[in-house]
Design a protein around this ligand. Sequence first.
Ligand code: DAH
Length: 329
Amino acid sequence: MDIQQKIEKIKEEIKVFDATSDYELESFRIKFLGKKNGILTFLFKELKKFSIQDKKYFGKIINNLKKQVTEKIQLKKLKQQKNIPHFDPTLPGIYKEIGSMHPISILIHRIIELFSKIGFSVVEGPEIEDDWHNFTALNIPPEHPSREMQDTFFLYNNTDSLLRTHTSSVQIRYMKKHVPPFRIISLGKVYRNETISTHSHFMFHQAEGFYIDKKVTFLDLKQTILYLIHSIFGDITKVRFRPSYFPFTEPSAEVDIYFGKTMGWIEIMGCGMIDPKVLKNVNIDSEIYSGFAFGIGIERLSILIYKINDIRIYFENDMNFLRHFQSEF
Ligand code: DAH
């Protein structure tokens, strides 16, 4: 093979060369530019034997080939660097905070799960309500003193547009549109303008339950509440139904749980048999149907479960607090 043929062969080989590893790249370099046996190194040595004219002519070509080889190697190395992100194993790892369910959401899910098991369906209602759904239909007429029990946020200076003060409004919305029997649970935010309050930020969560059918009695109510409390606080928890007053239930009761000698009885929710006047407002015949309803404050329930003394902690986004609930869900 004469020098011209050799050059053509080398040219072709450089052109088609492709490397996927460092090892292949290094072998390629050694093959052509290796100090001892590199093909181009050898050709440079051979040049000595050529005439001055050929030396000039082939020298240029071989130099060019050398340039091609080095450029190809450099290019491949650059590409590799781009593909492999720079990794320094001595650097500390990048810590990623893992999010978790908020304790209030955990409890909301738990309540939904418990009531699903006994045939309750979940419905939602709007947070912006009108007077009729939030008050009047629930047997709380204008000027009724019990409106003062729930200090209301009105919107746009309009007394008919307000932030719901309780989830009981969902009772009205649902009952108006559906024919009994039904068992419903509704959970969500409610708003009250209370300055001296165990609630924070004028917003808290409630769960509202109601059940209407033929022959629903106070016994059904009691059993449902006992099921809820015993599921959450344990079977031996002492529960007390204390006569109370709500405009939308008759009779009404407040439910207390016994938390031992130091804490004593603590109120956790309100309930009662839905007042026939309320049923009338939503066109349900109280001669045929009866029902019960109850309302629970979620934050309140949650502080009792976790023995937390300041409710504001739920809204402070304090990771040290929230992290405690990571394993709960
Ligand atoms: N709506 C009441 C409140 O926010 C709670 C309540 C009491 C709801 C008795 C009920 C009930 O459904 O029967 O204070």
